[in-house]
Design a protein around this ligand. Structure first.
Ligand code: KIV
Length: 350
C-alpha cells in the first residue's frame, strides 16, 4: 500500500490496514514505525516519528450514503463527527468514523460568529474540499448554509450540486421538514444524497427565539413526527434529530425506515453526531448539556503553546535535533566572502 508523506508529498510505502477500526495510538506502534523506516529518505526527515505514530487507513472502500442507510437494518450505530479541515478529517477518518459532517457550525467554532446565519456557500465549499481530501473512507456530508436552499427548489439543486462538484461532498444536509420536502425530493432526483435535519435547526434560531429543546409539547412533538415522515418520504437517506427529548427521539426512530442521527436526542437514535471542538473541549464559548468531553485537547494545546513560548524565549528550542547542519567548508568560504561586512557591523559602521 502506498501513501503520501503529509510533510513533503513523497510517496512512502506504508503498512496496510485491514481492520476498519484503527487501534489507538501507542508508543509501541510509534517505535515500530520508526524502526521500519516508514520514511522516504527525504532530508527534512519525514519518517514515522514525524507522523506522531498515527496509522492512516489506506485500503478501505469509501463509505456511501447507502451504506449508512443500510446500517439501520443491521442495527449498527452510525458514528458521525464534524470536521472543517484536512488534518482533522484525516484523524477522524483514521479512527474509523463512518461519516464526517462539514457542518455550518463552522461559522461558530471556526469563524467565531455567534450563530450559523452568516456562513456562505464559498465558506462551505472551501472547508468541504479540504475535508474531502482528508477523508479517504468516511462519507463526507456537507451542510447547505442559510439561504442557499430556502429561496427556491432551483437554488437548492444548484447549490447542492456545487457542494458535490466543488466541495467533493458525498452527500448534503439541509435543515427543515415538511416545508422543505419538495427541495429534498428535487435534490435527490438530481442524484445527490440528502440527509435531513429536524428538531432544533440552528438556521432558524431567530424564529425559535434561541437554542431550545424541541418537541416538548404534544403539538410540537406531532410537528417533529410530521417533519421526520416528510423527510423520509422525500427520499433522504438519514435524518439528524437535534435537541429532542430522548423518549420522543427513540419513538421517531422506530417510526422511520431511515436511520436517525442524534445530537442531544438520547441513545435511542440510529447514530450520533458531535461537533469535534465540543467533544475535545476546544470551544470555550458555550458547551451544551448533551456534549460529553471525550478529551481535554483544549488544555493540551494551550499548555503546548505555553511550552513553545517558553522554549523559544529561553533559547532551548530549536535544539540540535531540530536543526539542519551546514557543510563546514561551505560555511568557511561564506565567512571569508563576507568578513568585511561582518567587521563593519561589529564596529558599528554600515
Ligand atoms: O452544523 C452542524 O455541526 C450540525 C450538527 C450540530 C448536527 O448541523
Amino acid at each position: 500500500m502506498f501513501d503520501y508523506c503529509i510533510l513533503c508529498d513523497h510517496v512512502v510505502k506504508y503498512k496496510m490496514r485491514i481492520n476498519r477500526r484503527a487501534p489507538a495510538f501507542s508508543a509501541e506502534s510509534a517505535e515500530k514505525d520508526k524502526d521500519a523506516g516508514t520514511g522516504n529518505g527525504s532530508d527534512i526527515g519525514c519518517a514515522g516519528k514525524r507522523r506522531g505514530g498515527i496509522e492512516w487507513r489506506t485500503n478501505m472502500k469509501k463509505i456511501t450514503a447507502a451504506d449508512l442507510a443500510a446500517m439501520k437494518k443491521s442495527g449498527e450505530k452510525i458514528t458521525m463527527v464534524t470536521s472543517y479541515d484536512y488534518s482533522t478529517a484525516r484523524l477522524a477518518d483514521s479512527a474509523g468514523i463512518e461519516s464526517i459532517l462539514v457542518g455550518d457550525s463552522l461559522g461558530m467554532v471556526m469563524l467565531g460568529y455567534s450563530d450559523t446565519i452568516s456562513v456562505t456557500m464559498e465558506d462551505m465549499i472551501h472547508h468541504c474540499a479540504a475535508v474531502s481530501r482528508g477523508a479517504q473512507n468516511a462519507l463526507v456530508v456537507c451542510d447547505m448554509p442559510f439561504m442557499s436552499y430556502q429561496t427556491s427548489v432551483y437554488d437548492a439543486v444548484k447549490n447542492a450540486g456545487r457542494l458535490m462538484k466543488e466541495g467533493r461532498a458525498g452527500a448534503v444536509k439541509l435543515e427543515g421538514g415538511v416545508d422543505f420536502a419538495g427541495h429534498i425530493r428535487a435534490i435527490v432526483k438530481a442524484s445527490i444524497p440528502v440527509c435531513g435535519h429536524i428538531g432544533l435547526t440552528p438556521q432558524s434560531v431567530n424564529a425559535f427565539g434561541g437554542f431550545k429543546v424541541q418537541g416538548k409539547t404534544i403539538k410540537t412533538a406531532q410537528r417533529l413526527i410530521d417533519d421526520a415522515l416528510a423527510v423520509e418520504e422525500a427520499g433522504a437517506f438519514a435524518v439528524v434529530l437535534e435537541c429532542v427529548p430522548a423518549e420522543l427521539a427513540e419513538y421517531v426512530s422506530g417510526l422511520l425506515s431511515i436511520p436517525t442521527i442524534g445530537i442531544g436526542a438520547g441513545a435511542g437514535c440510529g447514530g450520533q453526531v458531535l461537533v469535534y471542538q465540543d467533544m475535545l473541549s476546544m470551544y470555550g464559548d458555550f458547551t451544551p448539556k448533551f456534549v460529553k468531553r471525550f478529551a481535554d485537547v483544549g488544555s493540551v494545546m494551550k499548555n503546548a503553546f505555553g511550552e513553545y513560548i517558553k522554549e523559544v524565549k529561553d533559547g532551548s528550542f530549536p535544539a540540535e535535533q531540530n536543526t539542519f547542519k551546514a557543510d563546514a567548508a561551505v560555511m568557511d568560504e561564506i565567512k571569508k566572502l563576507y568578513s568585511g561586512k561582518q567587521r563593519a557591523l561589529s564596529e558599528g559602521v554600515e
